[in-house]
Design a protein around this ligand. Structure first.
Ligand code: AMP
Length: 420
């Protein structure tokens, strides 16, 4: 199927061509015509499926049909995302696909100065891409006019609910006109998502592609059994021996991410950590340095990595398994994207066997084990419980991969998930 059959006009087709896309992805094939027919949608699609273009392209097309009003400050389309990174990426997509159209957009998120955002909104923008917290700040300061919003997109709505944004979302919803089109994207259909969709959507068309818990076929998965205390050594071995140019490594905690990154640097491997305790500017810079190839290892926590879009990332390593099995699928979805082959390696110690069992249950298959002779786990070591300190997402308690056995877990600073 070609993009030309979907009902998009020339400025968009030209932008698509510039991107080098030859064929719409399944979510794009399904969502674009439905959105263009002005229906609400409830779409089950995870990052990596091309979902951003799936809603951005038809939204830009529909904007060309919105009659101009007298109020040049009125926002016409509002896209809500759970994280700053995702907001920035969606903003980039809006710019990329809308480059031959005259619409102005603004990306609004916390952790950076508010004044430049206010100044941008004062000039008048058509599309706002925002995280809920900062948007509410701007609303309370009367800096944004949502009375003429025609299109609302909730991107990664499940994650927004997980992060406790439901009340913020409700506060925004009451400010929007009733007559609008709603697009809800979510990787999972929890009861909460169902409830939200029932209140928000009008006879939605359901669209579903490659369910989240069926990991992409293009990702080769493997488990490397290893003692907790030798994980760093094994990671180093994999990077150096495999001559990996770049790798994204996941840890369960922010503290663990910092510590691992510092240790890698000491071993001469360029590395940077991203997590919710880092300033937005530091996170943006870390991601940019990694994308530019200046940093070899990006160490991230789950929430910080949400929505990270890095083309052709061949290796993802789970330095620690997540305790929420769905996060595993999301993590490994960072590789093997848009048709490229990818490899996802999990370093699993005896403490994590239960996590592994839950993951294998979710993905409905056993992940092949690779036993490296030099890293064979010591059978005398018994499992210890993993401390689940902190809240969901970035701070799931201590790990003992780099603390001596039987010592107390590292203290872990708690923070609000909204700050991530
Ligand atoms: P997303 O799921 O929106 O995060 O997109 C994942 C990646 O796929 C992004 O890097 C997009 O640039 C890319 N992409 C989106 N649509 C297409 C397409 N039709 N063909 C090839 N790549 C695409």
């Amino acid at each position: 199927m070609s993009f030309t059959t979907l009902g998009l006009s020339e400025p968009l087709l030209k932008a698509i061509k510039d991107q080098g896309y030859t064929e719409p992805t399944p979510i794009q094939q399904q969502a674009i015509p439905v959105i263009l027919s002005k229906r609400d949608i409830l779409a089950g699609a995870q990052t990596g499926t091309g979902k951003t273009a799936g809603f951005t392209l038809p939204l830009l097309e529909l904007l060309t049909k919105v009659k101009p009003t007298r109020n040049k400050y009125a926002v016409k389309a509002l896209i809500l995302t759970p994280t700053r990174e995702l907001a920035a990426q969606v903003g980039e997509s809006v710019d990329t696909y809308g480059k031959y159209l005259p619409y102005k957009s603004a990306v609004i998120f916390g952790g950076v100065k508010i004044n430049p955002q206010i100044a941008q909104l004062r000039k008048g923008v058509d599309i706002v891409i925002a995280t809920p917290g900062r948007l509410l700040d701007l609303i309370s300061q009367d800096c944004i006019d949502l009375k003429e919003v025609k299109f609302l997109v909730l991107d990664e709505a499940d994650r927004m609910l997980d992060m406790g944004f439901i009340n913020d979302i409700k506060k925004v919803l009451v400010l929007l006109p009733k007559d609008r089109q709603n697009l809800l994207f979510s990787a999972t259909y929890s009861d909460e998502i169902k409830r939200l969709s029932e209140t928000l959507l009008n006879s939605p068309v359901l669209i579903e592609v490659a369910r989240r818990n069926t990991a992409s076929e293009s990702v080769k998965q493997a488990v490397y059994p290893v003692d907790c205390t030798r994980k760093k050594e094994l990671l180093l071995h994999l990077i150096v021996d495999g001559k990996w140019k770049q790798v994204l490594v996941f840890t369960r905690t922010k503290h663990g991410a910092n510590r691992l990154s510092a240790q890698l640097e000491k071993d001469g491997i360029t590395s940077v950590a991203i997590h919710g305790n880092k300033s937005q500017n530091a996170r943006t810079k870390a991601l940019a340095d990694f994308k530019a190839g200046e940093v070899r290892v990006l160490v991230a926590t789950d929430i910080a990595a949400r929505g990270i879009d890095i083309d052709q990332l061949p290796h993802v390593v789970n330095f620690e398994l997540p305790n929420v099995p769905e996060d595993y699928v999301h993590r490994i979805g960072r590789t093997g994207r848009a048709g490229n082959e990818g490899e996802a390696i999990s370093l699993v110690c005896v403490d994590e066997h239960e996590y592994l069992a839950n993951i294998e249950k979710l993905i409905k298959k056993d992940i092949p084990k690779v036993w490296l002779k030099a890293f064979k786990p010591d059978p005398a070591i018994k499992a210890e419980p993993i401390n689940q300190g902190g809240n969901r997402g970035g701070n799931r308690g201590g790990n003992r991969s780099s603390r001596p056995r039987n010592s107390s877990p590292q203290s872990s600073s708690k923070d609000s998930s909204k700050r991530r």
